[in-house]
Ligand binder design. Structure first.
Ligand SMILES: Cc1cc2nc3c(=O)[nH]c(=O)nc-3n(C[C@H](O)[C@H](O)[C@H](O)COP(=O)(O)O)c2cc1C
Length: 387
């Protein structure tokens, strides 16, 4: 069993654009469905995940509305909700964020998503070139943070005009909900310095993650600020390594070469994200070299934008790999797996014990003291014995 001094903080993911058992296939796919998202969120809450990431994008359900809904059905779960500067004003986002923190009793985490597709951003009315998006975001978060921390802001900026803006109702968390951020370009890292609490990287091999951590730390140090680190990964954890690799192959078993070529062409044409380019460079659309680092499999990235790698293996193997990231400074994992409901159970039941993550204590007694072994006994019940 691999145990670290402090267990990793584990969040799960709400697949708010849909889910499925096979990548790049309609077979056993699940369309976006509010009832299904509630099942995933309540499972994550019970299983001991500290939160869930809710993405933002034209193909996704709106993240604040979805989080507000899921907060009503969960108790402890936090919501890492994406803000995309420019899709609304900072004053409006400050009200959204404050109200969500209030109705969830302090369970909001913010994820700054500046965006990496000119085409998609254009649909939202944002027409800035890559690096300038971060200049715009810096003005946006100046106003947003002032409002959320003090209730007042005033800026006549190059991109943002907020004249005597006010927020009357403060968030529960003081001075504000924690801010997470992912972006791999130099402009992104410069922007993040002094602003964010946690930097998120997609699941690149450890050496590349180490480079990014060093660059983000250097930028933060220059501002005299502290930053911590998280990683976004898929997981295929099974009782044995062989089973896990078999299921990784199964996940892409209905994926045609034509679908891969179309997806890769779309990434090339529609994305100017440095982070996305780093993900694509791991496999370059080739399905024959997908283990890009021990137990790190790039199969998901053949067709999915963003998080494109999975840790594959038995609980002991995957725990060992996570320990390598932890030694680099990673303290948080944002995890997912296909399909997200079943895999939330697999990761919690198989991997959490190997990582020293305690399950949620249950107030219910399991029995009157007799040992019970699940056995599908009389009427499907447990087998009781006094040993
Ligand atoms: C953990 C994580 C989550 C992200 N979530 C989203 C998202 O929900 N929607 C989106 O459009 N981009 C998302 N991104 C992409 C980045 O926010 C950013 O827009 C992109 O990487 C472009 O920046 P870059 O060129 O500086 O890398 C995410 C990135 C990371 C690392």
């Amino acid at each position: 069993m691999v145990q670290a001094a402090k267990p990793l903080d584990f969040l799960w993911f709400i697949p708010s654009s849909g889910d499925g058992a096979y990548l790049g296939s309609d077979e056993l796919s699940r369309p976006p469905d509010p009832g299904y998202f509630r099942e995933i969120a309540t499972a994550a809450d019970r299983l001991g995940y500290s939160g869930v990431l809710i993405p933002v994008g034209a193909a996704c359900e709106e993240s604040f509305v979805l989080a507000a809904n899921l907060a009503a059905f969960t108790e402890k779960l936090k919501f890492l909700v994406a803000i995309r500067p420019g899709t609304a004003t900072p004053a409006y986002y400050a009200r959204l964020a404050s109200t969500l923190d209030r109705v969830s009793n302090g369970r909001l985490l913010l994820n700054i998503v500046v965006g990496g597709s000119a085409q998609e951003l254009g649909g939202d009315g944002i027409f800035l070139p890559h690096d300038e998006r971060y200049d715009h975001a810096a003005e946006f978060f100046k106003v947003f943070n002032e409002l959320i921390e003090t209730g007042k802001s005033n800026l006549d900026g190059k991109y943002i005009k907020a004249l005597n803006a006010r927020l009357q109702l403060p968030p529960v968390q003081q001075p504000r909900p924690p801010i997470y951020f992912g972006g791999s370009s130099e402009a992104a890292i410069d922007f993040s310095a002094g602003l964010i609490d946690k930097y998120l990287t997609w699941g690149e091999p450890p050496a590349q993650v180490a480079e990014k951590i060093a660059a983000v730390r250097k930028a933060a140090d220059a501002h005299g600020s502290q930053v911590s680190f998280g990683i976004r990964l898929h997981f295929i954890v099974r009782e044995t390594d062989e089973e896990a690799w078999r299921d990784a192959d199964r996940l892409i078993s209905k994926l045609s070469d034509e679908t891969i070529a179309t997806a890769q062409d779309n990434f090339r044409r529609n994305s100017d994200s440095v982070g996305q380019a780093r993900m694509v460079a791991l496999h370059n659309g080739r399905r024959d070299k997908l283990e890009v680092s021990p137990n790190l499999w790039a199969g998901v990235g053949l067709v999915r934008t963003g998080a494109g790698t999975a840790l594959v293996g038995s609980p002991a193997t995957v725990a060992r790999r996570l320990r390598e990231y932890q030694e680099l400074g990673i303290d948080t994992v944002i995890a997912s797996g296909y399909p997200h409901l079943e895999e939330a159970y697999r990761v919690a039941e198989l991997l959490f014990p190997a990582l020293g993550i305690e399950p949620q204590p249950s107030p219910l007694r399991a029995s009157f003291g007799e040992r019970q072994v699940f056995g599908g006994g009389g009427h499907g019940g447990n087998v009781r014995s006094s040993v």
